[in-house]
Design a protein around this ligand. Sequence first.
Ligand code: APR
Length: 323
Amino acid sequence: MSKSLTLPLCNKFPKVSIIGAGNVGKTLAQRIIERNLANACLLDIVEGLPQGIALDLMEARGLELHNRNIIGTNDYQDTANSDVVVITAGVARKPGMSREDLLKINAKIVTEAAQKCLVYSPNALYLVITNPLDVMTYLVWKTTNLPCEKVVGMAGVLDSARLQAFIAMELGVSVTDVQSMVLGGHGDLMLPLPRYCTVSGIPITELLDDITINKLVQRTRDGGAEIIKLLKTGSAYYAPASSAFYMIESVLLNQSRLLPAAVYLQGEYGLNDLYLGVPCRLGCSGVEQILQLNLTDEEKQALQISARSVRDNINLALTTMRN
Ligand code: APR
């Protein structure tokens, strides 16, 4: 076969670069190549770490039966021409570290990573995973000057997946029959919406009593903390990686899925100039539409409180970055 015939075929596969080869980054990379979605580039600040993971995954290809490529690197040049850039790099809060310290450290890591990626992949969609999620997504958008539809944060899909799992476990039904919706910031003030949760089209409010629903809602809010407590070191990564995969698939396969994600608000829900979790349509051009759900007065108030907390943290991050 001639070179000119083989090359375009090889080039047909999209490329996803993942910044941060920690638990979330490496699990996502594995999902992306083993499910044949895209070629991957895994970058980390630690020398040898992404290279070792990439080599290990390349050696598994014959057994996992796929032909996707993955490279591990410490050099941003290798991220060139990515269709999607995922930012998972960051540090976890350690004992003695204030919330402000964590914001400052992760803000620096995330904004520098995004700016470096931007040089080589100006047309990519940027998906942010590092916490505090809504704040980090805002900072990526702000410091890259990318169109807001090209910068999105992963949280709502994860929070909704957790609620979906808990509903299915409670009712003893297949998780695939359960639909759920969680809005707001990724944290204690997130807003699970039982009114918009269904099982095969039946609202859960008709299947479960208020006390049980409130219990599931609270467990969703505490979802991340519950896993941290069990693991003792580190935080959740399988469901976060699956959530990111779900979003990337919607972009690369232009599925235009309707899902909750941290998007830039310009008047929607009465909110301006911040990133917050709301339902949107995600396709090959990025965030294609933001949906405005009808909320009760109580839900509106809860969303405002969540937004205020995100706004305060954005202001804090911007101030600490200037100092
Ligand atoms: N550039 C590149 N990589 C970096 C940098 C940097 N400046 N700083 C840290 N990293 C890398 C670390 O070396 C580490 O490999 O980011 C990785 C983070 O991995 P983990 O600590 O395992 O964190 P993980 O569980 O993957 O979570 C990543 O997702 O859910 C959120 O809160 C979580 O913010 C965290 C992120």
